[in-house]
Design a protein around this ligand. Structure first.
Ligand code: HSE
Length: 411
């Protein structure tokens, strides 16, 4: 059996997972490739005395780039630099790359794909969105007959875990954040999770793939879960809804409307029952109709499983580029103000006294009372453009305690 040598850059959570997956399932993986996969180097700044990987540890990237036997490089270091430089140089040297690094893919995916294409090799990044859930490959291959009209996902396990605990157990934000960090799913800087940045990079990648153009995550309106309270959850319950951090991209003519924000969902919504650290991605195609992808969106082995699947794909296509449409030309996103939806508002004051004024301002509203909450009430607006909502809400700056968007399932 011929041997295909690979190098793993980064021996952290995902890197050690990659080594473990290849060690555990190596025989089957080799059968599937028809050749033997061999991890020749593991790049890390640290040493791991006593770990069987120690004999493969190298500290200098030049060892990898200068070794012509290395055909595939796994990048699981995270962050932009030095990952970007290492990945670019690997591709330019004719080595395929598999990565789980969403920051790298969101920022430089288009350029790295074009280098891979020129070199007739591959840049693969299944693990960068949804961890172990297959979503990149389905979008690129199984769903290529479709015009994807919507992708809406729960793309961050940490925040979904937190919101689930707050909703079902009435736990408060600080307590669940500590728990989420302790269970190892959170980013090194938990701000990336709770402020929605992690989900934002992931929906930027998916938006780029469905449009075939560059979608910059900086252009996507991003609101995290830091303002969600136990009181909000009480209103959600009174309305028969739950609150989820949704990352969504919807086609509006030639543009995409992309947003990351906590939303209220009714039980009819396909993402309503996605709880705990699980991720799920709802896709609507113009000929396919609806499809859902569900599974472990984070964690060592699920993420490593997706990385190793990319390594297998790269090994099967050593000198053939698997086409991925993602141009460097930037896509102009639809203005958030033009998107239509209903809004839930928590307001200080007395609902009876304010009813007629609010009806005048917002139209046919529905008042919501939550158990045990005094001196405030909630209401739901009719469907309106977000820009119109903003204009109308300006007159109530002092009274509005919180606004949460409602995600109705569209036909
Ligand atoms: N912090 C991320 C999450 C890890 O919680 O989903 C996977 O990208």
């Amino acid at each position: 059996m011929n041997v295909i040598n690979i190098a793993v850059m980064g021996y952290g959570t995902v890197g050690s997972g990659v080594v473990e997956v290849i060690r555990t399932n190596g025989a089957r993986i080799n059968q599937r490739i028809g050749e033997g996969l061999n991890i020749k180097y593991v790049l890390d700044l640290r040493d791991f005395p006593g770990d069987p990987v120690q004999e493969k540890i190298v500290h200098d990237f030049e060892t990898i780039i200068n070794d012509e036997e290395i055909k595939i490089v796994v990048e699981v270091m995270g962050g932009i630099e030095p990952a970007y430089t290492f990945v670019k140089r690997s591709l330019q040297a004719g080595k395929s790359v598999a990565t789980s690094n969403k920051a790298l893919v969101a920022k430089h995916g288009a350029e790295l794909l074009s280098i891979a294409k020129e070199q007739n090799i591959n840049f693969l990044f299944e693990a960068s969105v949804g961890g172990g859930i297959p979503i990149i490959r389905p979008l690129n291959s199984s769903l290529t007959a479709d015009e994807i009209e919507e992708i809406t996902g729960i793309l961050n396990g940490t925040t979904n875990y937190m919101l689930t605990k707050m909703f079902y157990e009435g736990a408060d934000y600080e307590t669940v954040l500590k728990e989420a960090q302790a269970n190892g799913y959170a980013e090194r800087n938990p701000e990336a999770d709770v402020e929605g940045y992690d989900a934002c990079r992931k929906i930027a990648i998916l938006s780029s793939l469905i449009s075939g153009q560059q979608v910059d995550f900086e252009d996507i309106y991003c609101e995290g879960i830091t303002a969600i309270t136990v009181e909000d959850m009480k209103y959600a319950k009174a309305m028969g809804t739950t609150i989820k951090l949704l990352a969504s991209s919807k086609r509006h003519g030639n543009r995409l409307y992309a947003i990351v924000a906590p939303c209220m969902l009714y039980p009819e919504h396909p993402l309503y029952n996605v709880n705990g650290v699980f991720n799920s991605i709802f896709v609507h195609g113009n000929v396919l109709g609806d499809a859902m992808f569900y599974g472990s969106g984070a964690g060592k082995l699920p993420t490593a499983s997706a990385v190793v699947a990319d390594v297998v794909d790269a090994a099967k296509h050593l000198n053939r580029n698997i086409m991925t449409m993602w141009d460097q030309e930037k896509l102009k996103l639809e203005d958030k103000a033009a998107a239509k939806r209903r809004f839930f508002i928590r307001m200080k004051g007395d609902a009876d006294k304010m009813m007629s004024e609010l009806k005048y301002s917002f139209g046919e509203i529905e008042i919501i009372h939550a158990e045990g909450l005094e001196g405030e009430f909630g209401f739901v607006t009719p469907v309106m453009m977000e820009g119109d909502y903003d204009t109308r809400a300006k007159g109530y700056k002092e009274q509005i305690l919180h606004m949460i968007r409602i995600e109705d399932q569209t036909e």
